[in-house]
Design a protein around this ligand. Sequence first.
Ligand SMILES: Cc1cc2nc3c(=O)[nH]c(=O)nc-3n(C[C@H](O)[C@H](O)[C@H](O)COP(=O)(O)OP(=O)(O)OC[C@H]3O[C@@H](n4cnc5c(N)ncnc54)[C@H](O)[C@@H]3O)c2cc1C
Length: 460
Amino acid sequence: MSDLYEKLAARLGPKGFATKADALAPHLVEWRGRYSGHTPFLAMPSSTEEVADVVRMCAAAGAAITPQGGNTGLVGGQIPDGEVLLSMKRMNRIRSVDPLDDALIAEAGVVLTSVQDAAAQAGRLFPLSLASQGSATIGGLLSTNAGGVHVVRYGMMRDLVLGVEAVLADGRILEGLKTLRKDNTGYDLKQLFIGAEGTLGIITAASLKLFPRPAEHLVAVCAVESPDHALKLLHRAKAGTGALAAFELMNRMSVDVTVKNVAGMRDPFQGAPFLTLLEFESAAPSGLRAAVEGVLAEGISAGDAQDAVIAENETQARAFWALRENISAGHRPEGAQVNHDISVPVSAVPRFLASGESAIAAACPGARIVAFGHMGDGNIHYSVMQPLGADPAAFPGDALSDLVNRIAVDLGGSISAEHGIGVSRRDDFARFKDPQAIAVMRALKTALDPNRVMNPRALI
Ligand SMILES: Cc1cc2nc3c(=O)[nH]c(=O)nc-3n(C[C@H](O)[C@H](O)[C@H](O)COP(=O)(O)OP(=O)(O)OC[C@H]3O[C@@H](n4cnc5c(N)ncnc54)[C@H](O)[C@@H]3O)c2cc1C
């Protein structure tokens, strides 16, 4: 072991580091197997001071650091390629829960479900919800500015934060764990670290916003003829109930491949061109069902929806969500494909889908499109799959990807709505992001991390 690793090991103690292959292995591969890497040293600090010392020692030795939370990221930014790997998993304490301030302070390694549970025990809600919530950590969720299914009501991780404690690239600790709702004393520094993918510092803890627990919630699925109809239904459901918490779109192909490839999936409206999944929640203990039934009935009479079904119980609600949440697993076995996580203004989702369909048909006849996701936020997960039976090697994935990204950007959209840039989207980032924005980001990176200690291969 080199001098640096010996010093790190001495500082962290036997529980705080690993160098043996079997202990490193789970940290070096991303769950789909798309990214794998290597590291000479896995640091597992258990306090902010230990994180600060690790960073200071690495910076002094000129060693770069890759931070890692739950290793559920989808763009490869958490997988090291020779850097020191800094796992935040042992920083897993909830420091405080304060229902009167509607605030909770959690360390960066706390898993999202533990935050949700702690909020529930205090009679409150932490509303972020996504399929990886049993593994994704607060530090990772902040660093990727995670979204998930309730953004339409509560916003993204960025909107759910009151303060951040972070270790800077030279080892200084930035204390920012306030629980203030209002604080106009200059730049909002916590926001610098949110969505920064570990490139500006290590998030060690955060104060998070809590909300009232809904007394009632309902899930419905509707059959709709087109994305234009879905858009009308979205606004009808929002305005008519004031209780819309999720609005998800699934095209026919996304449902078909999921029912085909994932055991136990059921299609509630066979043949419908599109399905929308709606979740409603209300703080009032009664009246939600009547309001939702009213809005959906109006939607059907107006032609926004062809048909609708409201889940009768939690089991049925879960089955509706399972169909939506298994779409990624559903399309993965379908051969060569390119996947996107684009966003456009909500009103432009129908135009994006129509332009995408005609451009893909012209460029690669027979290519199949899986389009699904958080339509309520203008965020569509858009996969183009090879024609059935075609040679995967002949699939023009990169060219199709450029088409999809270009359509999104031309509609005022983004090439990455919620997954981030990491290592896998860096080329697209350079090609499609406004050069002035990239220049400002570079200036920030240089100011805060001139020696590129922090996750140097990710983002910028
Ligand atoms: C099944 C599944 C469903 C998903 N659904 C969604 C979804 O709906 N919406 C969504 O937004 N994402 C989704 N994701 C992506 C993923 O869960 C999120 O990106 C999540 O925020 C990553 O958290 P993590 O703790 O696993 O971070 P990691 O994967 O470990 O790291 C992610 C990035 O953050 C950096 N990082 C981690 N911890 C810290 C820290 N403490 N300080 C500084 N940098 C840090 C890493 O270096 C890396 O760049 C999904 C993933 C899976 C597997």
